[in-house]
Design a protein around this ligand. Structure first.
Ligand code: CAA
Length: 257
């Protein structure tokens, strides 16, 4: 399949998407959104893919939504198009997605990274929601996801001032799972993705779904949801295999059933 703005590869059981608009620091335009969704459709349909990694370049994961594409849109146009709604399809994928972030992850770039299940950051990563400086605010979920991840005080400060946050602060604040040396970023992300892809695929997807419920419901409803899904796992062959392998002191051989 031909892509203009991304590079799509398969590394074993891992699907890798590399954002590739270097001339615009990977600014997210409509073509890129369409291509990312197309690549994700393919990976989601492929039973051989167990985890997806999204990355950019060493200079930029993505410097935001494409300002030049957006600048002259009118309210009727942006409303009629339900501009950015296509990103909901990215955020609602069922297979696990890791964002491997080096360099700038600003505006929509930070928001795209936050749509993934977790972020692994290079030491040179810089996160920010600078939209306020453009006379707008985050529009791809930033006011909501950043607040859930790092709390109200820091989200408010970031979105109201537009200041950037380095990798160390981002890890301390809960925005990123882990910081790694910049040169090691892709290797570390692929290793982590391979580890996830080696687990039972249905169990991984149910675990992701259960964690995502935490953003939507009360604690008691979330715990109830978790328990029901936990019970359902006992209908899988992989639960039998995983527990038998432990008892027999051997590695499990999951069959994704
Ligand atoms: N949209 C379109 N083009 C962009 C872009 C963006 N978000 N970010 C960078 N570019 C382009 C620049 O215009 C420039 O192109 P030209 O060479 O044709 O002029 C090229 O990428 C390189 O950028 P710079 O020369 O600016 O590179 P730099 O190293 O000097 O600065 C930067 C890097 C600090 C990231 C700076 O590019 C910048 O501030 N970018 C914009 C960041 C931003 O405001 N992002 C939010 C966008 S709005 C949004 O995302 C809304 C939302 O919630 C979804």
């Amino acid at each position: 399949m031909d892509y203009e703005t991304i590079i799509v590869e398969t590394r074993g059981k891992v699907g890798l998407i590399t954002l590739n608009r270097p001339q615009a620091l990977n600014a997210l335009n409509a073509t890129l959104l369409g291509e990312v969704n197309r690549a994700l459709d393919v990976f989601e349909a492929d039973r051989g893919i167990g985890c997806i990694v999204v990355t950019g370049s060493e200079k930029a994961f993505a410097a935001g939504a494409d300002i030049k594409e957006m600048a002259n849109l009118t309210y009727p146009q942006i409303y009629a198009d339900d501009h950015f709604a296509g990103w909901d399809r990215v955020a609602n994928r069922r297979k696990p997605m890791i964002a491997a972030v080096a360099g700038f992850a600003l505006g929509g770039g930070c928001e795209f990274a936050m749509m993934c299940d977790f972020i692994i950051a290079a030491e040179n990563a810089k996160f920010g929601q600078p939209e306020i400086k453009l006379g707008v605010m985050p529009g791809m979920g930033g006011t909501q996801r950043l607040t859930r991840l790092i709390g109200r005080a820091k989200a408010m400060e970031m979105c109201l001032t537009g200041r950037m946050m380095g990798a160390e602060e981002a890890e301390r604040s809960g925005l990123v799972a882990r910081v790694v040396p910049t040169a090691e970023l892709l290797n570390e992300a692929l290793k982590t993705a391979e580890a996830i892809a080696s687990m039972s695929q249905p169990i991984v997807m149910m675990t992701k779904e259960s964690i995502n419920r935490a953003d939507e419901v009360s604690l008691s409803e979330g715990v109830r949801f978790e328990r029901r899904v936990f019970h359902a796992m006992f209908a899988t062959a992989d639960q039998k295999e995983g527990m038998a392998a432990f008892v027999e002191k051997r590695a499990p051989r999951f069959s994704d059933r």
